[in-house]
Write a protein that binds this ligand. Structure first.
Ligand code: GLU
Length: 385
């Protein structure tokens, strides 16, 4: 039997075709990308991966590395030490804007280049080489396989990284970077040049969706409290200067990269990655954005979507008098049961008990309390679904 999720994904890919845009042209390797290449992968938190298109075609991770480098900085240094160097405020600026606080020189957030270069410097290690080795190994733990550098992208990026070089030296001048800015720049450029495919990215996103545990290897890569922190920053700052449009139209933590990829994370459910190299004016994959909007609408994936889950957390309740177990109680036990059975209630619960569901249960029990204390008989109730 065909899987309806696979059918659905194939169908929307066929319906959301070319959405316009231009391939990134600032280095020859990216400019030469075939604009029609495409892939979409969706990985569930229990490790099922749905794939459409060329899901094993490799390209550079670019800015999609930023949330994972930031996560590693947090893991290595702790939230407070990182916050002293890089803020978590949306800048509303383009990715390469020299966006820092005028008084402290602290970059606005780790998803724009100034903040991402700072985050690279916060990875543990005594040299750029050591920090890069640690970062690429770390990305691989999210992907579930060892990842490697694409050296032609790296040398091309490094040769033209004038603006990022300026940003790194400015950060050094402000005391935000402490070591050699050239070394950090080199590390940052290498991180952006790690080769991934769309399946890797979907699994990296699914690891974040799964509270930091890689769905297939089972490894707890990132502490759940840090996952929340990283996802919050992705939500407000992940889509360059289109972050507000993205949150309203799609509504999930995300990050895009100039190579044409976008990752999206639906906490507790799935990680999604799309690859299509034509970019919109904000630098986000145009077809990727269209597909995410479509999935969010069709599958009610918006984070602010109100689910009915909490309303029917109590599936049914009935008194023990009306549902005696098969155990044959005898003597004193039977006597106690006869005496109290109509004051003992079984509550059948279902669903994830998040705050609203748990509150509903507690309230039901509290409201039932006085009735039970005086009751001699109780009818069973079933909540509407
Ligand atoms: N290597 C690129 C840069 O820092 C990454 C840009 C991006 O993907 O947004 O300029």
């Amino acid at each position: 039997m065909r899987n309806p999720v696979q059918d659905y994904l194939e169908q929307i890919v066929a319906q959301c075709g070319d959405a316009g845009g231009e391939v990134a042209g600032y280095i020859p390797e990216l400019a030469a990308a075939d604009p029609d290449r495409f892939s979409l992968c969706l990985a569930t938190v229990d490790g099922q991966v749905y794939e459409v298109g060329e899901s094993d075609h490799r390209y550079s991770i670019q800015s999609m590395s930023k949330p994972f480098t930031y996560a590693l900085g947090l893991h290595d240094q702790g939230i407070e030490a990182v916050a002293r160097k890089v803020d978590v405020e949306p800048s509303g600026d383009a990715f390469n804007e020299i966006s820092v606080s005028p008084d402290t020189g602290r970059p606005k957030n780790p998803m724009i280049n100034a903040g991402a270069i700072t985050a690279s410097s916060l990875v543990a290690g005594d040299s750029g080489d050591e920090r890069f080795a640690r970062a690429v190994e770390w990305y691989g733990r999210f992907a579930g396989r060892e990842l490697e550098l694409d050296s032609s992208i790296y040398s091309s990026e490094l040769g033209t990284a004038h603006r990022n070089r300026a940003i790194a030296h400015m950060l050094r001048e402000f005391g935000i970077l402490e070591g050699d800015p050239e070394e950090v720049l080199d590390q940052y450029v290498r991180q952006c040049s790690v080769a991934v495919d769309t399946r890797d990215l979907a699994l990296m996103a699914a690891t974040l969706a799964n509270g930091g545990r890689q769905p297939r290897t089972g490894e707890q890569v990132l502490d759940p409290a840090l996952v929340e922190h990283v996802l919050s920053v992705m939500t407000t700052c992940g889509m360059y200067d289109a972050a507000g449009d993205w949150v309203t139209a799609v509504g999930m933590p995300a990050k895009s990269g100039v190579s044409g990829g976008i990752i999206g994370v639906l906490p507790g459910q799935v990680g999604i990655a799309v690859f299509s190299p034509r970019l919109d004016p904000h630098g986000n994959s145009a077809r990727g954005v269209a597909l995410f909007e479509r999935m969010s609408t069709d599958m009610e994936m918006h984070l602010m979507h109100v689910s009915r889950g909490s309303r029917n957390a109590v599936r049914s309740s009935y008194s023990l008098a009306s549902a005696r177990s098969n155990t044959h109680w005898q003597g004193a036990d039977e006597e106690v049961l006869d005496r109290v059975a109509d004051r003992a209630v079984v509550y059948e619960l279902h669903g994830d008990l998040l705050f609203a569901g748990a509150e509903k249960i507690v309230r039901t029990v509290v409201e039932d309390g006085p009735e039970l204390a005086s009751s001699t008989s109780r009818t069973s109730t079933t909540s509407p679904t």
